[in-house]
Design a protein. Structure first.
Length: 151
C-alpha cells in the first residue's frame, strides 16, 4: 500500500465500515469491508481512479452482494442435500417427512446419510467434514427430535 492508498484508507475507512455494517450486519461487516478494500486497491483499475470514495463504496456493495449470493447458494446446496422430498415418496410417510423438515439442516443431513445411504458415523463425518464426535452428537440429537416429533 503506497502513501496515497494509506491516506484514502484513513479518510474513508470509518464510513465504509458503517456502510458494510448496514448491508451485512455487524458480524460480517469487517470481512466484507476488508475484502472490498483489498480487491479494490489491488485491482488494475485502481491506478486510474480519480474519485476513490464512490469506487470504494461500490466495492463494498459488490462484496456484500457476493457474500449474500454465496451464502444463499450454500444454504440451497445444504437444503437440497438434506431435503426429504428427494427420497422416493413411497419410502417416507407424511408424518416422517414433516418431522424431518423440522430438524436442522445438519440433523437432516446426518440422518439421510445414516439411514438412506447406510453410512457409518465415521464415513458421515468424512463426507460432511465434521468430527466423528460432532457427527455422533448430531445423530443422537436428530433421533431424539425425530422421536419427539413423531409421538
Amino acid at each position: 500500500m503506497d502513501h496515497r492508498d494509506e491516506e484514502i484508507y484513513a479518510k474513508h475507512a470509518d464510513e465504509l465500515l458503517r456502510f458494510a455494517t448496514t448491508l451485512v450486519g455487524p458480524s460480517a461487516a469487517e470481512d466484507v469491508f476488508a475484502a472490498a478494500i483489498v480487491r479494490a486497491m489491488t485491482s488494475p483499475a485502481w491506478a486510474a481512479v480519480t474519485d476513490p470514495r464512490p469506487y470504494l463504496f461500490r466495492a463494498v456493495l459488490n462484496e456484500a452482494r457476493s457474500m449474500r449470493r454465496s451464502g444463499l447458494r450454500r444454504v440451497a446446496r445444504e437444503q437440497r442435500a438434506a431435503r426429504p422430498a428427494t427420497l422416493a415418496p413411497t419410502t417416507l410417510s407424511v408424518e416422517v417427512a414433516d418431522a424431518m423438515r423440522r430438524l436442522s439442516v445438519r440433523e437432516r443431513s446426518v440422518l439421510y446419510l445414516a439411514y438412506w445411504l447406510e453410512l457409518p458415523a465415521a464415513e458421515i463425518a468424512r463426507t460432511l467434514d465434521l468430527s466423528v464426535r460432532t457427527t455422533e452428537r448430531a445423530l443422537r440429537s436428530a433421533r431424539t427430535h425425530l422421536e419427539e416429533s413423531l409421538r
